[in-house]
Design a protein around this ligand. Sequence first.
Ligand code: CS2
Length: 497
Amino acid sequence: MRLSNAAVASLAARAARRIVVPTYDRASLAPGIVHLGLGAFHRAHQAVYTEHTLRAGDHRWGIVGVSLRRADTSEALTAQDHLYTVDVRDGTADSFQVIGALVASLVAPQSPAAVLDAMTDPRCHIVSLTITEKGYCRNPASGALEFDHPDIAHDLREATAARSAIGFVVRALALRRAAGLRPFTVMSCDNLPSNGDTMRALTLAFARETDPVLADWIEREGAFPNTMVDRIVPLTTDADRTRVAKQLGVDDAWPVMTEPFSQWVIEDRFAGPRPAWEHAGATLVCDARPYEQAKLRMLNGSHSALAYLGSLIGYDTVDQAIGAPALLNFVESMLRDEVEPTLSRPALASYRAELFARFRNTALDHRLQQIATDGSQKLPQRWLESVRANLKSGAPTERLAFALAGWIAYLGGQDETGRTYAIADPLADTLTEAVRSTLLANAVDAVRTLFEIESIFGCDLRAQPRFVAQVARHLAAIRAQGVVKAMEACTASRPSM
Ligand code: CS2
C-alpha cells in the first residue's frame, strides 16, 4: 500500500510505533506559501516548522511546492496526496513524522502559468526559496545578477514565460501589482550571505531592466527578510525508502532523512501575515546576519573542507572524515584560529563543539560528494570571505589556504586511492580545464591560473602574492606528501599571515 490520506488513518492507529501523523483537516488548508525548490532540505526544515503551525490550528499556511527543473519529486508526491515522511536519526533510533503541510506541487517547465497562478493567489503571502546557490544566477564573487545567464536572458526576453526563480518572482509581483494586491514576502532559505538582501538586489536588478515603475513598487512595498537555515539533510537513497516502508507499513516514494538538530533564524520583516514559526522553535530577530555568517563560515566552511580533503584521502561520508584525527584537528584549528575571529556571534567555541558532534552522527550517511558539488558557487561565502577579513586585519590565513589547495587538488578528479569521480559544478569545464592545463606546471602557476577565474576569486585575491604563495606551498606539499602528511604539518605550524 502507498502512503495517502486514507493510509494515514491506519497509521494513526499504530501508536505503538510512535509515528506522528497530521491530525488536522488537510482539506481546509489555504495555499498561503509557494515554495520554489521542492528538494529534501525544504521538506525536512521549513515544512516541518510550518506543520507545527497547522497542527496548532492556523490553516492559512498550506505549501504549494514548485520544482523548477525535474518532475520526479512532484510525481512521486502527487501519487501519495503530497504526504511524506521525515525520518529523524540520532544514531541510536529513528523517529518518524508524516508531514501534511504540502498541499500541491507543480513542475515549472510543465506548467509555468499554474506557478504564476499560485503566486498571484490573494491567499498567498509568502514565496520562499531553496534553489541552491546556483539557482540565483548571480556572479558568486560580486553578487551581481548574471544578465547573460541563459535562464535570465530568456526571462528578460519572454515577458510572459519564466524559467528562473527570479523571473517567476518578478513576473508574479508584476501581476499582483496589476491586480491591486500586496506583494508577497520573498523569503530565501539558501546558504547565501545575507540571503534576503541578496534576493532583493537580484529581484530589483531584474525588475529595473523590464519595468522601472514595478522596481520602485517592489523597493517600497516588498519584503525580503534574511534567514539562517540549518539542518543536515542527506539525499534520500533506496535503502532509506526501504527502511521507512518497513516502519510505516506503507510505501513512501520520497521520504527525507535528517538529524535531530534544526535551527531557523528569521528576520521579522514580512510584507503581510506570516505563520507563528516562533512557536515551532524558529527564532525571529531584527538582524539574522551574525547567525548566518557564523553558520556559513563555520558549518558550511568546515563541511566543504571535509568534503574536498576527505574525498581526496578516500573517505565517503562526513562521519568518516571527522572521525580521522588529522582532519578533525585541521578543521578545528581552521575554525578556531582563522574563522571564529572574523565572526560576531556569541559562544563560538560551544557552537563549534556542537557542529562536530552533529558531524559524527553515523546514522546519516552524509556523502562527501554531495557537499563537494558546486564549489565555485559555495566557496566565496564559505572560505573566501574569511580569507579577505584576515588579509585585511593581518590575521592568519594558513589553514584556509590549505583548504583551498585541497579543493584545487580535488579538481584533478582522482583520490589518493586511485578512485576517480566527476566534478559536479556549473563551472566544471572551466575548472577541470584550468587544472589539467597546470598539472605539469609548478604550484604557483597552477594557483595563479585558478585565481584568474574572477567569478570565484574576484580580482583582489590574485593581487595578494603572500596568499597565492601560501596556497601554492600547500598544493605542492599535497602533491608531494599526500593530504594527511601535508595537513598534519599545516595544523602543527604556527598560524602565520
Ligand atoms: C552542505 C549543506 O551540501 C552542502 O554544501 O554544507 O547542505 C549543509 O548540510 C546544510 O547547510 C546544513 O544546514
